[in-house]
Design a protein around this ligand. Sequence first.
Ligand SMILES: Cc1ncc(COP(=O)(O)O)c(C=O)c1O
Length: 388
Amino acid sequence: MTSSPNDLADEIRAALGSARDPLRQATQVTAFEKEVATYFGVREAIAVSSGTAALHTAFAALELRPGDEVLVPAVAVIMAVAPILYQGATPIFVDTDLGRVDFDYDDLERKVSPRTRAVLPVYMWGCAYNLDRLSAFAERFGIALVEDACQAHGGKWRERYLGTWGHLGCFSMKDGKLLATGEGGFLLTNIPELADACRAVRNHWVVPNHPAESHSRLGYNYRLTELQGLLARRALAELDTALDQRRAQTEYVLQGLTEIDGLEPYEYDARECPNYFSAVILRRDSITDSRNIADELAQRGIVNSVGTFGLRPVQEWPAIGVALSSRGPSGARPDVVCREISETPNARSFLKRVLALSIFSHYQASDLDGIIEGVKSVLMSVSGGRLA
Ligand SMILES: Cc1ncc(COP(=O)(O)O)c(C=O)c1O
């Protein structure tokens, strides 16, 4: 796509003009779907109104229902888990590998059951899971692999993009993501039947080529607007540049942080190519909690997952407990759910140690230096006892 301001104004006028016709062909959105599928090397892409909508569309297309279980990591955002609960299904919280974002595969094996329908890796900060192992696990148990790649645009495991390994890959295009349209999202799949089901879920189960089937099931309004489709096409054309820029920004911050006493790098697997969405680093001290440090960083304007967004083992959010305990006896397994809340010790200790610092495309060198200096100063006050 071209990028001069005049062209953009013309394109916006055209997109808005056609958007006024409710029977319009969604030309920008359709073009975006083709282009994003080509970029990621998959058969089908389905644009939706948010990353949460993408995940919910995936679970609705898979026809998850009460009694079904989905294996989810304890290190995840609530938006990854809520769509499972929207379907009335049950998230089963799995521990993470020690000091890493990936699953603890022993715990995963322990928690799979005849009720398990899907497994959901959540690529926090653009970090990959071991997708050879996870794909084999999903295949062995005949369950769906749904990827939460909402933070992971452009990241790879063994040269293959995150979000293209599973039955469905889900992405966000919320502002701050590497491909952003204000709000928005999309799904990727190589399975045409699932793509059709996702399109129907997105639009109140309207089935364009089979009108007799329309509204035979409930769907949602998860459509992306034409204007956002246009923005998405432009953002996609600039994704490689955005990825290069983010890598340089994050590597700069990580380099600066590695020189600070008391911090150690997050160990990326040699087979992964992260998108460096955020700068992830660990405190060596595994005894005290990072939360005070993370809060202090947030107060100083340094955006980070634990301090700014309150990241915690996801099952600890009150809303999850409320959603699970308000279930009738048929769908819920309160015994299992409650027991497992205390059973993700690695996730808990990981979140005690991790500093996950948000990097934004508009950050200048001085902002990146400000992050490094801010972390240095907060850690010094910790060792001086003020924040401990
Ligand atoms: C890992 C993850 N999953 C899901 C979501 C939900 O995406 P959205 O905010 O577009 O609904 C986000 C958004 O930040 C996210 O980071």
